[in-house]
Design a protein around this ligand. Structure first.
Ligand code: SF4
Ligand code: SF4
Length: 507
């Protein structure tokens, strides 16, 4: 890279400051880790270097007088459907750096969002609806292998369950927090997720970053991941978890490993991940001991054996073309939970081209996997959890009707913490104190406030799910699982409808 190469990049955002409103408080200057704003004493004015702005909106949100407007730069090249501004900017960047384009969060391409093309049914006249404020409504969900039939005998006049159940995760609402590693996000963000999961009665997931010792007290609500790098995996880590998850793939970057840059590997991260401070943490693309379903079965067995067969084991894959066949193998390998992560799943850092061009939408993968497991008569042997672009309670309930037992939310949870999806997580300078290890920035996220915001989000979504269930005349989320008759497609082709296993609206 030539240092003095003139950049042809245009600012992505324009910053407009209303000088009449601006009180020169310098909040924007102090709050921006990208050093966009500065106060000039001589001019008694605040200026901005727009070329550095990433659009995180921290400045505009905290400006006490609403003096700031940050908007996408409307300057565009001559109209051209092929050579859009984004394409040109990417080429300029690479011509200037010679590097792989990096990004954060999930794919932002205009692929169809099937959740928005699916509508829910509601009871009218017959099968009356249920008022969830007056009648009981069950959102409790159990994840893990279920027996096909239960054997019950009578003991002292009371039913006595004879069938031995395998370990289950008990969720008070069918929503968990996705795998996000300590390293990708700050300690305060991890603590917010852990505390919210404990308060709501659900689970958060360590990702591949190990588990900070201070968070062991939330172990009963923690899913501990075992990824290809085996970062932070040791006996105590396995022991403290409520469940274990083998990470094979991730929706944002199917087929490749992870990379936590050395600058983010602080003393605490180094201790937690069991890697030297300041060194890059590279997790390989494959597990070096998994090349077949049999190898996967061995690792599942080893983890169950190491934890006395007391914890369910999940296996997470990215949603790809043949997810259904892979999922079938995973179930036969002994996975209790299948976690599917779609193309819109988030990440702390991924090559842009991989994030935006590899994988498939979660809706299609879910329908295909649920179908396949049903056809093979093994659907009960594992629960399905889906992730990758769940944005609202409506997405959750549609996912469950399509065949999921529960969902993971990642981006939505970070948005609840303040994230504005600027996609610059990989810089480590998150102005919202989330995707950073900078102690000054991390302090911006108070875990008391973070946990409260997350609890509020899950509470609100749970209420909405209950209302939608009631509207369908259903009083338990379990009764909706895989009930695709309660869904209809709008504006979808016959092929899409066939894959989703739903009818078109009006039929
Ligand atoms: S935060 Fe708002 S009021 Fe304060 S200096 Fe910046 S633009 Fe002016
Ligand atoms: S976590 Fe922070 S850096 Fe990442 S997208 Fe959200 S606001 Fe931007």
């Amino acid at each position: 890279m030539y240092k003095d190469l003139k950049s042809y990049l245009l600012p992505q955002y324009l910053i407009e400051r209303d000088d009449y409103r601006c009180i020169r408080c310098e909040v924007c200057a102090r709050q921006c880790a990208f050093e966009v704003h500065w106060y000039d004493e001589e001019e008694d004015a605040v200026f901005a270097d727009e070329s550095k702005c990433v659009g995180c909106l921290r400045c505009a949100t905290l400006c006490p007088t609403n003096a700031l407007v940050v908007r996408p730069n409307p300057t565009q090249p001559p109209p051209n459907a092929n050579w859009t501004m984004e394409v040109l900017q990417n080429i300029y960047k690479q011509a200037e750096t010679g590097g792989v384009l990096l990004t954060g969060m999930g794919c932002d391409k205009d692929y169809p969002i099937y959740w928005d093309r699916i509508v829910l049914d509601a009871s009218q006249v017959t099968n009356p609806s249920i008022d969830p404020l007056r009648e009981p409504m069950e959102l409790r969900t159990y994840l893990g292998a279920k027996p096909d039939a239960l054997k019950v005998s009578r003991k002292g006049g009371r039913p006595d369950l004879q069938t031995k159940l395998t370990p289950q995760l008990k969720l008070e609402t069918p929503i968990m927090f996705s795998a996000i590693s300590y390293g990708a996000i700050s300690y305060n963000a991890c603590e917010s997720l852990a505390r919210a999961a404990a308060e709501v009665g659900t689970y958060y997931n360590t990702g591949e970053g190990g588990l900070h010792r201070n968070l062991y007290k939330y172990g009963a609500n923690t899913i501990c991941q075992v990824a290809s790098g085996r970062f932070g995996v040791h006996a105590d880590y396995l022991e403290v978890a409520a469940a274990l998850e083998i990470k094979i793939g991730q929706g944002a970057k199917p087929g490749i490993g992870g990379h936590l840059p050395g600058e983010k590997v602080s003393a605490e991260i180094s201790r937690t991940r069991m890697i030297p401070k300041g060194t890059d943490a590279l997790s390989p693309a494959p597990h070096h001991d998994i090349y077949s379903i049999e190898d996967l079965a061995q690792l599942i067995y080893a983890l169950k054996e190491a934890t006395h067969w007391e914890k369910p084991v999940s296996v997470k894959i990215a949603a790809v073309h043949n997810s259904a066949a892979i999922a079938s193998g995973m179930v036969r390998a002994g996975a209790d939970i299948i976690a599917l992560d779609g193309i819109r799943g988030g990440t702390g850092a991924a090559p842009t081209m991989i994030r935006d061009n590899v994988g498939i939408p979660i809706e299609l993968a879910l329908a295909a996997v649920d179908d396949r497991l049903r056809q093979e008569g093994i659907r009960n042997r594992a629960s399905i959890v889906v992730a990758g672009g769940i944005r609202s309670s409506a997405d959750v309930i549609k996912a469950i009707a399509l065949g999921a037992d529960a969902v993971y939310i990642g981006t939505a949870a970070l948005v609840a913490l303040g994230c504005h999806v600027c996609q610059k997580c990989y810089t480590g300078k998150c102005n919202w104190g989330i995707a950073t290890q900078d102690p000054y920035l991390s302090k911006r996220l108070n875990p008391d406030v973070g946990a409260r915001r997350l609890v509020n989000l899950l509470t609100a979504w749970s209420h909405e799910i209950m209302e939608m269930l009631g509207g369908m005349g259903i009083n338990a989320i379990e009764s909706l699982r895989g009930n695709r008759l309660r869904l209809r497609g709008v504006g979808l082709t016959q092929e899409e409808l066939d894959i989703l296993g739903i009818k078109h609206a009006g039929s």
